[in-house]
Design a protein around this ligand. Structure first.
Ligand code: MF3
Ligand code: CO
Ligand code: CO
Length: 263
């Protein structure tokens, strides 16, 4: 069942999104070689609680931390650890969900650690572009397949693999609501998009092939070919015009940022 949001509910989701934006912006500044993924987890957890919100990944289906921190061939759901230190040249994806006053916001960015290769820079840039191209299709009257296809088409035009096992999703008082928002699909197919819908678009893109598997920790998803992956996510709201990016306050569609690391 799809929960359409009224203006009051959207205002609450906007507040949650704004807080998450602030948290991720600060988090980006602490990423450097030598810190551990547990250091990042602690920082994010503190920031969320200072904002009077709750880190909703913690305890979600038994998930043991407040962030997902996925490095290189880890696509998503990497569990923070005090034994994992960031190394120059890696890609790290930090995916965070919080709830403020009962309303969820979910966003992820990928970042290079120190100096990274041109090909990894390109993977991150194209993954962000996939997000913007997909999100731009979130128009009243379109279908989810329009979003999915835009993401897939752009990633595959660069020879990248679109991870199929995980998808974007509706969001509201729950982290995961209907509809599912796959990163691959056919234009004009799937659920019709309506004003008041809120969902997460989250391309998960591998430099190599798309097949993935889960590690024995029961969470971490890695590429089968061990090619590096990038992940980029925002929570968006469908309006009567272009979608509002709830986790990117004041974003204007006529100024789509070029390149990576702009939040
Ligand atoms: N933030 C994730 C998403 O984009 C969910 C994380 S799974 C959890 O849907 F277990 F870490 F919560
Ligand atoms: Co997320
Ligand atoms: Co999500």
């Amino acid at each position: 069942m799809i929960n359409l949001k009224n203006d009051l509910q959207l205002a609450k989701m906007r507040s949650a999104g704004h807080l998450l934006y602030d948290v991720l912006r600060r988090t980006k500044e602490i990423i450097a070689p030598g810190i551990t993924t547990m250091d990042i987890n602690r920082f994010v957890d503190e920031q969320i609680r200072k904002g009077r919100a709750i880190p909703t990944e913690l305890g979600y289906c038994g998930y043991p931390a407040s962030i997902c921190a996925s490095i290189d061939d880890e696509v998503v759901h990497g569990i923070p650890s005090k034994h994992v230190r960031l190394e120059e040249g890696s890609i790290i994806s930090i995916d965070v969900t919080l709830a403020l006053d009962g309303w969820q916001a979910d966003s992820c960015f990928s970042s290079g650690v120190g100096k990274i290769s041109e090909e990894k820079e390109k993977l991150m840039r194209v993954t962000e572009e996939c997000f913007w191209l997909g999100a731009k299709q979130a128009l009243d009257g379109n279908r989810i397949g329009d979003v999915s296809h835009a993401v897939q088409q752009h990633a595959e035009s660069h020879g990248y693999g679109v991870v199929r096992d995980l998808t974007g999703h509706g969001i509201g008082q729950e982290m995961h609501e209907d509809p599912s928002v796959p990163n691959f699909g056919e234009p004009g197919r799937g659920v019709r998009i309506r004003r008041g819908m809120t969902f997460c678009v989250e391309p998960m893109i591998a430099m190599g092939r798309w097949q993935v598997h889960q590690l024995a920790d029961g969470w971490t998803i890695v590429t089968n070919d061990h090619s590096p992956a990038a992940h980029y996510e925002h929570t968006i709201a469908v309006t009567n015009g272009l979608p509002e990016i709830l986790t990117f306050p004041d974003f204007q569609w006529n100024s789509i940022p070029k390149g990576v690391n702009f939040i």
